[in-house]
Design a protein around this ligand. Structure first.
Ligand code: MRU
Length: 351
């Protein structure tokens, strides 16, 4: 790809492609402190579960770098404040908390006995989280290959590609890998109201990669399944509960039900960092509610009656029973997810 969604530059800059402006403009925003990182996550300059985690980790590295404290203990106290602020930026994608927990593990490691060693360790962990994201996504793409037949028509929701991760992406990474392996794929891109991650971002990425696609409105999936020979759906995830219930961009649940009604495979692609075994089911996943202006206005122009109320959950939960398989970097798992997800983690720990 001709861009990176996110780059941890030295000294002291996190550079982000401004996803609010794609495809009209390809501009970058430089964050130099953790407060700015929390703000760009909240405002969705950077978005997509893995990219949010990567950005938060770099936010911690910026906080560490900015510290003028004389002792590691005082740096740790300051970093706890930054950690708290970054944790409030968006609630649903567990990758945010996973990445911050990973950085916290380094911060609390007493082996980093000097201020400089501690600062270096935090930056190095942020780099490692971003590098792992790129490596893991590439493997998800390879693992998903066997589920994509040649000449497949695929429905995809939201954006799960290079913009949402480092390089390959998850669900879109599978589509890209299939294309690169010579499979002829055709993508029906759900536009993804209200922020149009499908129409703006996924269409842009597919265009850059030369993968044929067509944008459809979210409500058209049933029509295309009934009349136009869709082969499979593949989506990403923001948090997968221990029983397989999956929170993803609002509209995913509807798509899963329509796929189920047509006997069509419905796949979720995600790294292990998106699977939250501490959350028993989708009922316990916090769903972010975003400002209603995202629905009531388009490009700043009101499109509904004045003062019309609008509800804007950013995500929904697809019950595990509608998910054919979950594709991860450690392999593909099938129901019953309560058992197979646990087995996946156990195998990952011993490998
Ligand atoms: O609100 P967003 O754009 O951050 O939501 C993104 C999604 O729902 C993606 O499908 C998910 O984060 C997976 S990205 C690999």
């Amino acid at each position: 790809m001709s861009f990176r969604s996110l780059e941890g530059l030295e000294p002291g800059v996190l550079r982000l492609l401004n996803q609010q402006l794609i495809p009209a403009q390809k501009t970058y925003i430089d964050c130099t402190d953790y407060q700015a990182v929390a703000a760009v996550i909240r405002e969705m300059v950077v978005r997509g579960a893995p990219a949010i985690g990567d950005a938060a980790a770099y936010g911690m590295a910026l906080a560490a770098r900015a510290s003028t404290a004389a002792t590691p203990e005082t740096v740790r106290t300051e970093l706890a404040v930054a950690d708290g602020v970054l944790r409030t930026s968006r609630p649903t994608a567990v990758n945010l908390f996973w990445a911050l927990d990973r950085v916290a593990g380094v911060i609390n490691d007493s082996a980093h006995a000097t201020v400089e060693a501690l600062k270096a360790a935090v930056l190095s962990e942020a780099h490692a989280i971003a590098a792992d994201d790129a490596r893991v996504c590439k493997q998800i793409g390879l693992n998903g290959l066997e589920l994509v037949p040649d000449q497949a028509t695929i429905i995809h929701h939201c954006n799960t590609g290079s913009l949402a991760t480092q390089d390959y992406g998850t669900a879109l990474g599978i589509i890209r890998t299939a294309h690169e392996h010579g499979k002829r794929v055709y993508v029906l891109v759900e536009e993804t109201r209200p922020r149009l991650q499908g129409a703006r971002l996924t269409a842009w990425e597919l265009h850059e990669q030369g993968i044929p696609y067509q944008i459809i409105v979210d409500g058209a999936s049933g029509h295309f399944m009934r009349l136009h020979g869709v082969d499979l759906c593949v989506v990403g995830a923001d948090r997968i509960a221990a029983n397989g219930d999956t929170a993803n961009k609002v509209g995913t649940y509807n798509l899963a039900i329509v796929a189920h009604a047509h006997g069509m495979p419905f796949y979720v692609a995600a790294p292990l960092s998106t699977i939250d075994l501490d959350t028993p089911s989708g009922d316990e996943i916090e769903i972010e509610e975003r400002p209603s202006v995202e629905i009531t206005h388009i490009e700043g122009v009101p499109v509904v009656p004045q003062a019309a109320p609008a509800g804007n959950p950013a995500f929904d939960v697809t019950p595990a029973k509608y998910i054919t398989a979950i594709i991860t970097e450690k392999g593909i798992v099938y129901p019953p997810y309560t058992k197979t997800l646990r087995q996946l983690f156990n195998a990952a720990e011993t490998s």
